[in-house]
Ligand binder design. Structure first.
Ligand code: NAD
Length: 317
């Protein structure tokens, strides 16, 4: 199953998320994910594993499991590269690491411009802005960064472009000046953080939505995130378990289907072969309207990925 993007390309509705996939096992995991049937790989400069993602994908192509054309490779522009002159530098690094001559989707990872750090100095720079642990910013309007992404599509290096972690106001503003509309918005989206107004507005503009962290707190437990440690796991939630039992599916499958049934793409990450397959097989059953409403009642406004915790950057509130 796929979503037709406003750029004309088809994006698989289920993909594999590459965040926190350790370099040691990454190439093999990616290869196995292709073998199981994944075609979309959601990576980013910041994940520090694009070389290994590329190795896994290129081996799968060499072994005849898949062709490049059948894959949908995603990367994200990191915060230190927002200046239009640095955007092609960033994309060239992504292409070199992956070993491809184009990617399918390039997203602005966050609407935040850090000071540029040369690749030779530190890559990926993470929160490093050239001065120890101190944060430094650049005065780059988002529309300028966006225009540099538009140019990448014209150069044939990127097929579709999009945004991540943008709120409604920023999207409105970007649409006022964009020549090419964003094809995709990627946001944190799970029953504890649903953002229905943002979803409705963005979908009404013909922009596809990809949900990240579909399992809510689960991904953040390994980071010892205090909010994640202090809320009930979605997998153990009575409503989710009851619905899962009714369909003879796992709670994870219900959480993914809750999104895909509303035409929201998902990109779960798993190292475990059974779960890898389970997470892919989520579109052959339907939740009832009542079940979707039941899950919607779990809303808590609980956001786990918030740059406020980096350096008091208030992009969401
Ligand atoms: P996720 O919601 O996919 O959860 C991952 C956790 O769930 C892992 O601990 C995994 O072991 C566990 N899990 C996976 N499948 C399971 C199953 N079937 N049963 C039980 N447990 C299962 O979390 P995520 O990694 O935060 O999000 C997915 C992807 O989204 C990332 O890999 C990344 O590509 C993307 N992402 C993007 C941003 C952004 O800012 N754009 C932020 C976070 C994540």
């Amino acid at each position: 199953m796929s979503i037709k993007l406003n750029s004309g390309y088809e994006m698989p509705i289920v993909g594999f998320g590459c965040w926190k996939v350790s370099k040691d096992t990454c190439a093999e995991q990616i290869y196995n994910a292709v073998k199981v049937g994944y075609r979309l790989f959601d990576g980013a400069m910041d994940y520090g594993n694009e070389k290994e993602v590329g190795q896994g994908l290129r081996k799968a192509i060499e072994d005849g499991l898949v062709t490049r054309k059948e894959l949908f490779v995603v990367s994200k522009l990191w915060n230190n590269f927002h200046d239009p002159k640095n955007v092609p530098i960033a994309l060239n690094k992504v292409l070199e690491d992956l070993g491809f001559d184009y990617i399918d989707l390039f997203l602005i990872h966050f609407p935040i411009a850090f000071k540029f750090v040369p690749i030779e100095e530190k890559y990926p720079p993470g929160f490093y802005c050239g001065d120890g642990e101190n944060f430094h910013y650049e005065d780059v309007p988002l529309l300028d960064t966006w225009k540099a992404l538009e140019q990448l599509t014209k150069d044939g290096k990127v097929r579709s472009i999009g945004i991540s972690n943008f709120n409604g106001g920023l999207i409105y503003d970007l649409l006022r000046g964009a020549e090419i509309k964003p094809a995709v918005l990627q946001i944190e989206h799970h029953p504890y953080l649903q953002q229905p107004n943002l979803v409705e507005f963005v979908q009404s503009k013909g922009i596809a939505i990809t949900a990240y962290s579909s399992f809510g707190p689960q991904s953040f437990l390994e980071l010892n995130h205090s909010k994640a440690l202090n809320c009930p796991k979605l997998f153990d939630h009575a409503s989710i378990k009851t619905i899962a039992d009714a369909h003879k599916r796992s709670p994870a499958q219900v959480l993914l289907r809750w999104a895909t049934q509303r035409n929201i793409a998902v990109i779960p990450k798993s190292n475990n072969p059974d779960r890898l397959l389970q997470n892919l097989e989520v579109n052959d059953f339907d939740l009832t309207k009542e079940e979707i409403e039941e899950i919607s009642k779990l809303e808590q406004g609980l956001r786990f990925n918030d740059p406020w915790t980096w350096n008091n950057i208030p992009i969401f509130a």
